[in-house]
Design a binder for this molecule. Structure first.
Ligand code: NAI
Length: 348
């Protein structure tokens, strides 16, 4: 049987053997729309989605260049159909692409350049996310929405506020995609301990910027992987600064795109599986949450079901040091959340 991407193999039995399974009835159609599909993340993400039998219809939306990307991908001999929509010249593009969508993934916006923090992107990306989620509220209010555009710690609260303004807010359905932090953590731990990354699962909680990225080394699976204090400190620092490592290496041409596309594809496939009724779909993502007092949003372990977050499984038992890291992140997270909420209030 055709296996779209064997290199996606994970240690658990979902990758890649899961692709050969029967995901619900044959008429279970999943329409995924990518907003920002011509970009550095959007293009490889769309390619990975096109390769998967979990996606039936793929709608690609961008300001420009989308028709070329869609024509190119549409020649790939997998069963999903691909359609491109260009918002610059077609005022119906958002309506036509979003209507009927079950999942919307948003990598639209500008990426970092060397010396920039994710928060420096706020001025541009806040309005991009606000406007695109407003369109989702109008044309696919029940869709599961995955936000990639940074700063995630603010853009996800922005998405929530926009949905509230349109009276269609469902806190279970908006996700800030933090999967790249988990992917990086798995890789770095595997490198350090000379293990296969496919066998490793490192939980990452909190948010998606600097010290709000909190790897929970005490809960790594499989258990029994130990770190000296020095190893742990260096590892945590590398995970928190991994995005900047890529921004520096790309020297002004952008931030992580290929690894992000992989991470977002993995997350999107989990949403697809959940929509198709597959049980035991677990992910970490930045969502509306009451796991931490005083914060409206936080990333922790989630059970995903047909309607989005079925259960927030929280942070598990944290060590004293890990709890300190959470405490140290509270102020930054709070500020980022407030900034997003204020932005929508001001522009309403
Ligand atoms: P890019 O600039 O290569 O692509 C962004 C695309 O969005 C462009 O094609 C642009 O035309 C499009 N776009 C902008 N405004 C739009 C609108 N209103 N409607 C439709 N399309 C629009 O940027 P790249 O590298 O793909 O990064 C995208 C975003 O993802 C950035 O904000 C970046 O910071 C973020 N990112 C998030 C990560 C995460 O872990 N969540 C990791 C890496 C990047």
């Amino acid at each position: 049987a055709f296996q779209p991407f064997p290199t996606f193999a994970r240690g658990n039995d979902e990758w890649p053997r899961g692709h050969a399974r029967n995901y619900g009835s044959s008429d279970t159609c999943v329409q995924v729309t990518v907003l920002g599909a011509s970009g550095g993340i959007g293009q490889p993400l769309s390619l990975l989605l096109k390769l998967s039998p979990l996606v039936s219809k793929l709608h690609l939306v961008d300001i420009k260049h989308t028709l070329g990307v869609a024509a190119d991908l549409s020649h790939i001999d997998t069963t999903s159909t691909v359609k491109g929509f260009t918002t610059e010249k077609d005022e119906k593009a958002l309506e036509q692409s979003l209507t009927g969508s079950h999942i919307v993934i948003i990598p639209a916006g500008v990426p970092r350049k060397p010396g920039m923090s994710r928060d420096d992107l706020f001025n541009i990306n806040a309005s991009v996310v606000r406007d695109l989620v407003t369109a989702c509220a109008c044309f696919c209010p029940k869709a599961l929405i995955g936000v990639i555009s940074n700063p995630i710690n603010s853009t996800v609260p922005i998405a929530a506020e926009v949905m509230k303004l349109s009276n269609v807010y469902d806190p279970k359905k908006i996700f800030g995609i933090t999967s790249l932090d988990l992917v990086r953590s798995n890789t770095f731990v595997a490198e350090l301990k000379n293990l296969d990354p496919a066998d490793i699962e490192v939980p990452v909680i909190g948010g998606h910027a600097g010290k709000t990225i909190i790897p929970v080394l005490s809960q790594i699976k499989p258990s029994g992987i130990c770190f000296t204090d020095d190893e742990a400190a260096k590892l945590i620092h590398r995970i928190q600064e991994a995005g900047t490592e890529v921004v520096k290496a790309k020297a002004g041409t952008g931030s992580a795109t290929l690894s992000m596309a992989y991470a977002a594809a993995r997350f999107t496939f989990s949403l697809c599986k959940a929509l198709k009724g597959e049980p035991n779909i677990y992910e970490w993502a930045y969502v509306a949450s009451n796991i931490v007092d005083c914060l409206s949003h936080f990333s922790s372990k989630l059970l995903i079901g047909k309607d989005g977050v079925a259960e927030n499984l929280g942070n598990g038992d944290l060590t004293k040091k890990e709890q300190e890291m959470v405490n140290n992140a509270l102020e930054d997270l709070q500020k980022s959340i407030e900034k997003g909420v204020e932005f929508v209030k001001k522009s309403a």
